[in-house]
Design a protein around this ligand. Structure first.
Ligand code: GLA
Length: 388
């Protein structure tokens, strides 16, 4: 009997050791770059090394971008031992070499696979090889794994992703686990203990309609986000050419209001000054990376005109006025009302704050509590209420 009891306790100990994720990861939303939005399957060692060079020298690393992630198409087969085989033509020195190179730039290295039998581009995926692949990734020095949901047939999402989580944990390397199941099985309801971020929708494309449509689908998800577990409205399209500069500013700011992971998806080696200015705006990035880890709430919704509020540490807040319409809007903004918004206590008076415009990098000179403000079409204003 004693033997049985100790066997049972060893079994439960085994379960509790394995059924968990590393808990010190992604305390703020992960930041980095991913190859997919701009390069699709056209990935190579040269590209990744060039991107690592660019991030570490163009102000991106300094602004907080850290993970360099290769998306689909780096893998071609499995060998006779079931080991994943890297495309030797595109990655002649293999993944360990590349990870070492990325690390040598003070950055982290990410890779992609999929919970199904094949990736979305038909490459060999993780199904049945989870623990083996996790050990391989750990050996290579992988720091971030994006795990897709193609070719999964009748697989159960929660248990499929949990298997990979357990594989990663057993591999003894802290690897950020990015769940990419497009919101199909409401991952916000179960993925908090499984991964560090989870996609909430289908793929973004480089257009205003796609971006704003994805944004609108995040409205009810705020309560599921927090340190170590984030809603992921997909990677950034800033700089890819399909939106205007104003629209890219809006896209970037809205993602920061959502406490979204910030994975740039453009060509960092050939970036315009406008794109660089948007992606490296430190005051706006600070809203995303705020340690309280709250996702913004839609506080007022008048269709195309909305006010979003993100609570920040130290009882501060960021307020975003969004004009989603095709016309310029002039709105009368009551800053004393905004100072109180989403806070009950009396100290939330306008006189206790300075109000800073995060695009202009200027404190407002508020002569009156209310002020008329022009907002361009498809544009945003963003103010940070900073404790005096
Ligand atoms: C899916 C994902 C994308 C990308 C591609 C790669 O569509 O949602 O983000 O990873 O697969 O094939």
């Amino acid at each position: 009997m004693k033997k049985i009891i100790s066997l049972i306790s060893i079994f439960f100990l085994f379960l509790s050791v394995n059924a968990q994720k590393y808990d010190q990861l992604a305390k703020t939303p992960p930041m980095g770059w991913n190859s997919w939005n701009k390069f699709g399957c056209n990935v190579s060692e040269t590209l990744i090394m060039g991107v690592a060079d660019a991030i570490s020298s163009n102000g991106m690393k300094d602004a907080g971008y850290e993970y360099v992630v290769i998306d689909d198409c780096w893998q071609v087969a499995r060998d006779e031992n079931g080991e994943i085989v890297v495309d030797k033509d595109r990655f002649p020195h293999g993944m360990k070499f590349l990870a070492d190179y990325v690390h040598s730039k003070g950055l982290k290295f990410g890779i992609y696979s999929c919970a199904g039998t094949l990736t979305c581009e038909g490459r060999p995926a993780g199904r049945g090889h989870e623990f083996q692949d996790a050990r391989t990734y750990a050996r290579w020095g992988v720091d971030y794994l994006k795990y897709d949901w193609c070719n999964t047939g009748s697989q159960d999402a929660k248990s499929s992703y949990s298997t990979m989580r357990d594989g990663l944990f057993a591999a003894h390397r802290p690897i950020v686990f990015s769940i990419c199941e497009w919101g199909s099985n409401k991952p916000w309801e179960w993925a908090g203990t499984v991964g560090n971020l989870w996609r909430t929708t289908g793929d973004i494309s480089d257009s205003w309609n796609s971006m704003i449509n994805i944004f609108s689908q995040q409205k009810d998800l705020a309560r599921y986000a927090g340190p170590g577990h984030w809603n992921d409205p997909d990677m950034l399209e800033v700089g890819n050419g399909g939106m205007t500069t104003e629209e890219y500013k809006t896209h970037f700011l809205l993602w920061c209001m959502l406490a979204a992971p910030l994975l740039a998806g453009n060509d960092l080696q050939n970036m315009s000054p406008e794109t660089r200015t948007i992606l490296t705006n430190k005051e706006i990035i600070a809203v995303d990376q705020d340690t309280l880890g709250k996702q913004a709430i839609c506080w007022r919704d008048a269709g195309n005109y909305q006010i979003w509020i993100k609570r920040l540490a130290n009882n501060e807040k960021a307020v975003c006025l969004l004009n989603g319409s095709d016309e310029k809007k002039t709105v009368l903004v009551d800053f004393s009302l905004l100072a109180k918004a989403m806070s009950e206590r009396s100290q939330f008076k306008l006189e206790n704050f300075k109000v800073r415009d995060l695009w202009e990098h200027k404190d407002l000179d508020l002569k009156e509590a209310s002020m008329y403000i022009d907002i361009l079409p498809h544009s945003v204003k963003v103010y940070r209420f900073i404790k005096k």
